[in-house]
Design a protein around this ligand. Structure first.
Ligand code: TYM
Length: 334
């Protein structure tokens, strides 16, 4: 709760290129929530440097991501859209929360284990305490809900544990957040290995459909998608490839899974794959058009970056001051 209104925080890393998993699992759902909540959508550039980045590329990607948030339909007058690195309270609260998080808890994080395995030469302390910075992001805004894909659930559970631990010592300081995860679209799988989630760090470009892929590329990727043996369009555990495509088609069109199974009853995989490709291309086209328009409006985006960071700082610092006081930091003399 923030100033008597329910609030919400979510964010995405400014690394890699946004794919339809990020869109269907998170971004698309964000747009539906702006009326009910005070919303904060962050480009989490501080999280990004847990893996080595090219500085110019990180800056470019961060701006592109922020622009995509708006292109996807988030109105920056209603939603606070900003860069994490512009609000120093994130780092300050993360430090304090580090002192309330146990090594054992962080050791259990599956994303840390995965990322450490992929970055053997650079298993830095930031990668390990990544979830604490994420907890700070969420708790700074007294978030009631955190809309994310399925892979972030464990991090939100840790956030809840840390917040409850803090509240048990100091009283009701933090709102305890709930993950907001939709049933369909929360775990979009790779088009090439449908038992693995679609991931920004996948080396195979055919495994993911990117938000800025053109129509031909999107359709080609779906045509090449790995599917299961058999020829029935049916949602089933033993058919991960087709089930993934059904799920994508369902979120892209708003049709239910039984409706889709009926629509494609007796039709082959080839026809279905083209239909999925076309539906996804049609869903992304308006986002891409708006993105291209916004990229030409430097002044507008610059203004969003400036004003929204000020708003985020205002709320974040309110919580930070409260926490600093609770833990016993001396008050500043003004
Ligand atoms: P990131 O950047 O990896 O992913 C951004 C969002 O996309 C979702 N997502 C998916 N959803 C469905 N299917 C997939 N294959 C898929 N891949 C990714 C993620 O669940 C996420 O919602 N640690 C976060 C960023 C973060 C954050 C936060 C999120 C930092 N602070 C505070 C929420 C609240 C991350 O790396 O997401």
């Amino acid at each position: 709760m923030l100033d008597g209104k329910k609030s919400l925080f979510s964010g995405m890393q400014a690394t890699g290129t946004l794919h339809i998993g990020n869109y269907l699992g998170a971004l698309k759902n964000w747009v539906e929530l702006e009326n009910e909540y005070e919303t904060f959508y962050c480009v989490v550039d501080m999280h990004s440097i847990t893996v080595r980045q090219d500085p110019a590329e990180l800056r470019r990607k961060a701006r592109s991501l922020l622009t995509l948030y708006i292109a996807a339909g988030l109105n920056p007058e209603k939603n606070c859209i900003y860069y994490q690195s512009h609000v120093s309270a994130h780092a300050e609260l993360a430090w304090i929360l580090n002192c309330f998080t146990y090594m054992g808890e962080l050791n259990r994080m599956t994303q840390f284990k995965d990322k450490a395995a992929k970055n053997e030469g650079n298993i830095n302390a930031g990668l390990f305490t990544y979830p604490v910075l994420m907890a700070a992001d969420i708790l700074l805004f007294q978030s009631d809900i955190v809309p994310v894909g399925d892979d972030q659930k464990q991090h939100i559970e840790l956030t809840r544990d840390v917040a409850q631990r803090f509240n048990a010592i100091y009283g009701d300081v933090f709102t305890i957040p709930e993950p907001y995860i939709k049933k369909t679209g929360a775990r979009i799988m790779s088009l090439q290995e449908p038992t693995k989630k679609m991931s920004k760090s996948d080396d195979n470009p055919n495994a993911s459909v990117f938000l800025l892929d053109d129509t031909d590329t999107i359709i080609r990727k779906f045509k090449r998608a790995v599917t299961d043996s058999g020829n029935e369009i049916r949602y089933a555990e033993e058919k991960p490839g087709i089930s993934n495509l059904i799920e994508i088609y369902s979120v892209a069109t708003g049709k239910s899974i039984p409706e889709i199974e009926k629509e494609f009853d007796g039709k082959g995989y080839g026809e279905f794959k083209i239909a999925v490709g076309e539906a996804v291309a049609a869903m992304l086209k308006p986002v891409q058009d708006r993105y291209n328009e916004l990229c030409n409006d430097k002044e507008y985006i610059d203004n969003v970056i400036k004003t929204n960071a000020e708003k985020a700082s205002y709320y974040a610092n309110k919580t930070l001051r409260k926490v600093q006081k609770k833990v016993g930091f001396p008050e500043k003399i003004r």
